[in-house]
Design a protein around this ligand. Structure first.
Ligand code: 0RQ
Length: 504
């Protein structure tokens, strides 16, 4: 273990997770590392949850505020939420226990574009950061921090926090060293300058975090894997969506709007994305690049197949099998992968400059192309906006993909009016379901409604949408984007009341 902490002057700070957790007081704001199940601290949050449960059992109030990069793991969000330890959480959560607490009104949650978290902290809107709790993969002889499998907001937490607790995780590959690019050139207005990145593989920063060693109050050694969702092979629906999308790319190349290299790809995680990436392996494209938020299994496969030249992201989001592969063969991958702070991986300036192709999931879209990525039935949070807004608004091509129904057909993903809007119709260029693809570029609202209903809606709901739209055209207050106000959200109301959007 001494191998991971090369700076021997820090040895006296090594302690147990329980001792480190004891340094975090009730009421503290803690900036945690972690981004989509990678690079989060794995032992101090668990010890802290135990401590807080004991405090609660003794009748003493104890809560903290948790800031992170994005979602973390069950040992962090799950354990702390279960212990009723979190009074406020930002910026993205996918943990089921925390989600339940938020939806029961027991936990405040601030969901914000991932690229905007660090600037907001520097601007001072979020208050003081008491403690940074950061997983690293090592500490150099000079005392610089070698990042772990995600960068997220760690740079900002380390710079802003009053005190720092580090987890040094031996499980993380030593070959991660050199893969990261930490850019320290961000400043607040009026001192902001252009970010000097013009290609997805540009390196503009340094490989390690700087750190004020006077602020370090504890170092905990761990040896625990990142806990990501296991891989599920693409189902038929995912394959159908991928098929439509690949056909669309081929058309765009034919029309001269894309080349054989496409443009830097951004893609979410999950079944559908993996199917798209798998499809790209067999498609006639070459030297592809990725400028994205997370590197998932499909990207490693594309690197192996020689299709993908390089990938830039802020984190890995790999199945346990792929994480093992990366760890065992990191030396082979390290020159093709770059991890950056999330304010850079998701920066609107860079997404616009590079012309990314953004591919994200959605919860529902309405017939005019407004997209809801976050709220079920207008009120219940699913995960959060994550990086979808950072990319969708600024992408060269903003694509949203979904099954045409949810909950075994009881819910239509295409509705008369979205019950919540994250991405306005102007930020949505293409919607794809297993039924087909709607290219909305250059279309008026009424033209959009026609192609979305015809190409994307499930046959069980298509006639209902056609009927709604036809009646809206006759009775709406205006004929630009016709709606029937008293009926626009009635499908959602019916689902809440009867368990289905279908009329029984
Ligand atoms: O819930 O498992 O309880 O049944 O939402 O849905 O179909 O598995 O699809 O995993 O791609 O998630 C928008 C949530 C889609 C995701 C969303 C329910 C459904 C299921 C998951 P259950 P699926 P996905 C990318 C940028 C915002 C963040 C983002 C997301 C669960 O893509 O969080 O894009 N996006 N970041 O049943 C009720 C509907 C529903 C519905 C789905 N219409 N009504 N429930 N669900 N549609 C960067 C990264 O990804 C890192």
């Amino acid at each position: 273990s001494k191998g991971r902490i090369q700076d021997t002057t820090l040895s006296n700070l090594i302690m147990s997770a329980d001792d480190a957790a004891a340094l975090i007081p009730s009421g503290a704001t803690v900036g945690m590392s972690g981004f989509t199940g990678s690079g989060y601290p794995k032992s101090v949050p668990l010890a802290l949850a135990k401590r807080i449960e004991a405090a609660h059992a003794a009748g003493n109030p104890f809560k903290i505020k948790v800031w992170s990069g994005a979602s973390t793991g069950p040992e962090l969000d799950g354990a702390l939420a279960k212990a009723d330890a979190i009074e406020f959480r930002l910026p993205y959560n996918s943990d089921p226990v925390a989600r339940d607490k938020i939806n029961k009104g027991q936990m405040d949650y601030f969901d914000i574009h991932l690229s905007q978290v660090a600037p907001l902290v520097w601007e001072g809107f979020l208050g003081n950061l008491d403690i940074a709790l950061i997983e690293v993969s090592g500490i150099t002889a000079e005392g610089a921090l070698i990042p772990s499998s995600s960068i997220g907001n760690n740079k900002t937490w380390l710079d802003r926090a009053d005190k720092i607790i580090l987890e040094v995780n031996r499980w993380q590959s030593e070959a991660l060293n050199g893969m990261h690019d930490i850019y320290y050139g961000t400043a607040l207005p009026p001192h902001r300058v252009p970010i000097p990145l013009v290609r997805p593989d540009d390196r503009i920063g340094q490989p390690h975090f700087r750190v004020d060693r006077e602020k370090i109050i504890g170092i905990v050694e761990t040896d625990a894997p990142d806990r990501n969702a296991p891989f599920s092979p693409p189902d038929d629906v995912a394959k159908a969506i991928a098929g439509h999308l690949l056909e669309f790319f081929a058309h765009e190349v034919k029309m001269g709007r894309l080349t054989k290299n496409l443009l830097p790809l951004q893609s979410g995680v999950g079944n559908v994305t993996n199917a798209v990436l798998a499809g790209l392996i067999d498609a006639p494209y070459e030297n592809l690049t990725s400028f994205t938020e997370v590197i998932q299994d499909g990207m490693l496969d594309m690197l192996d197949a020689g299709k993908l030249r390089m990938a830039s992201a802020t984190a890995f989001s790999l199945s346990p099998e792929a994480a093992e592969r990366l760890n065992n063969e990191a030396e082979r991958y390290r020159h093709k992968l770059i991890l950056r702070p999330q304010e850079i991986s998701n920066h609107p300036e860079l997404v616009r400059r590079l012309g990314c192709i953004a591919m994200n999931g959605l919860i529902e879209a309405d017939i005019y192309g407004n997209v809801n990525s976050t709220h079920v039935m207008g009120s219940r949070i699913q995960n959060g906006i994550g990086g979808s807004g950072d990319f969708a608004r600024n992408a060269y091509l903003s694509i949203f993909m979904t099954h045409s129904t949810a909950k075994k057909g009881a819910i239509s993903a295409i509705v008369p009016q979205a019950s919540h809007v994250d991405h306005i119709t102007q930020d949505v260029h293409v919607i794809v379901t297993e039924q087909g693809l709607a290219d909305l570029r250059g279309l008026s609202p009424k033209q959009r409604a026609k192609v979305i209903i015809a190409n994307c809606a499930h046959p069980a709901y298509r006639p209902m949408l056609e009927d709604y739209y036809a009646r809206a055209l006759k009775t709406a207050y205006g004929l630009h984007a016709p709606n029937i106000l008293s009926e626009a959200l009635s499908w959602h109301q019916r689902y809440v009341e009867t368990g289905s959007m279908l009329v029984k």
